[in-house]
Write a protein that binds this ligand. Structure first.
Ligand code: FAD
Length: 346
């Protein structure tokens, strides 16, 4: 409410005080922006507002000029664009060189990146080069406005505690966030921003790495992160045959994707790319079925963004029942066929 006193961010003095603004690395491949970058603009906007500073996107690539308009609509006040043929494909060497230079010139206080293969690589390399702190795989971000500190929360000690980590004496404060952890904010059509195009000195012949060939992955692409419905199975499905019959059977009947707990993956019933949780993917479907999954914290951190969780488990004390929207205490081999029966008539 407007009449509530608003806590405003203090101004830091000295060296740390020179760093201002929140930056989001805009990850793109062949001109297509990774959704996690837009999700980060949403949370970045909130952090920037709390600090009373600008939110900027950092867009690196080749022939990517034009993408900035969409970024303003998702909340960026400014976009730093470096458009150069050498930046066509992601390379740690080139991206780090350019990004670190931008940081040294423009001094942002916070940098956010997606915890994707690229983001993890770039963030780690940059934090080392800039001799600053990086909190990886965050599940929540906030600001201590009094001290202008980024409060970066992530699971620690095997997921047994949630730790809030701060980077007190160095800037910028860096964090990576997994896709789908933050909700994308609604774009504001026509929202305008400022484009900054710093000139960088890049020459292919000075580089140590070359892109020789791009090999696209063949075979089935598993994209659980964008799935609307997921049917996930755990150790309770007994064996590979049980897993296949129950999980794939239900998933096929309702047009869902299949996921798995680590126990099911380790048993060799399904490949690792289907694993959901702390060391698998984070998902946010409309409906998540947890079949024969106990609900260990390492699994739960990957499914908390789901709108509805439906759990089937024989053990009424299973932790999953504390997290789910609907819980069915029962044997999956009886409950799932019973759920599928009416579907056959549709
Ligand atoms: P269990 O815990 O063995 O649960 C099986 C459940 O099935 C039980 O609750 C049982 O009551 C029920 N059941 C048995 N028979 C039936 C039946 N017929 N019908 C219905 N229910 C039945 N786990 C992940 O999933 N993802 C991760 O990313 C992940 N990362 C990890 C990272 C670290 C560092 C560590 C230490 C662990 C990680 N784990 C992860 C493992 C996690 O701690 C659990 O061991 C794992 O999630 C358990 O899988 P589960 O629920 O399938 O098996």
């Amino acid at each position: 409410p407007a009449d509530e006193p608003k806590e405003t961010a203090v101004q830091l003095t000295g060296d740390l005080g020179r760093y201002q603004g929140v930056w989001v690395f805009i990850e793109q491949r062949e001109g297509e922006i990774a959704p996690v970058s837009l999700e980060l603009l949403g949370v970045g906007r909130q952090l920037a507002d709390k600090l009373g500073v600008e939110l900027a996107g950092v867009l690196l690539g080749d022939s990517v000029c034009g993408l900035q308009d969409g970024l303003y609509e998702y909340g960026a006040d400014k976009v730093y664009l470096v458009d150069h043929p050498v930046l066509r494909y992601y390379r740690t060497e080139t991206y780090m060189q350019v990004f670190v230079k931008l940081v040294q010139v423009y001094l942002p206080e916070i940098i956010l990146m997606g915890a994707t293969t690229t983001g993890r690589d770039l963030a780690g390399a940059m934090a080392t080069d800039l001799a600053t702190g990086l909190t990886a795989d965050c599940t929540a971000l906030d600001i201590d406005t009094k001290q202008r500190l980024l409060l970066a929360t992530r699971p620690a000690f095997g997921g047994n505690i949630m730790a809030t980590i701060v980077c007190k004496n160095h800037r910028p404060q860096m964090a990576t966030v997994r896709p789908k952890v933050m909700k994308m904010s609604k774009p504001v059509p026509g929202r305008q921003g400022q484009l900054v195009t710093p000139q960088v000195d890049l020459n292919e012949k000075d580089l140590l790495t070359r892109v020789v060939e791009i090999v696209k992955e063949h075979g089935e692409q598993v994209n659980l992160q964008d799935a609307e419905i997921i049917v996930a199975g755990g150790r309770g499905l007994g064996d590979r045959e049980g897993f296949q019959r129950i999980c794939f059977g239900l998933a096929e009947a309702i047009g869902a994707k299949v996921g798995a707990s680590r126990a099911a993956v380790e048993a060799g019933w399904i490949e690792q790319k289907y694993q959901v949780g702390q060391t698998g993917v984070t998902v946010a479907p409309k409906i998540y079925f947890a079949l024969g999954i106990s609900g260990a914290i390492q699994h739960l951190v990957g499914i908390r963004g789901s709108d509805i969780i439906i759990a089937v488990n024989t053990d009424p004390e299973a932790p999953i029942f504390k997290e789910c929207t609907y819980g069915i205490v029962g044997d999956v081999f009886k409950v799932v066929p019973a759920l599928m029966e009416p579907l056959k008539e549709l």
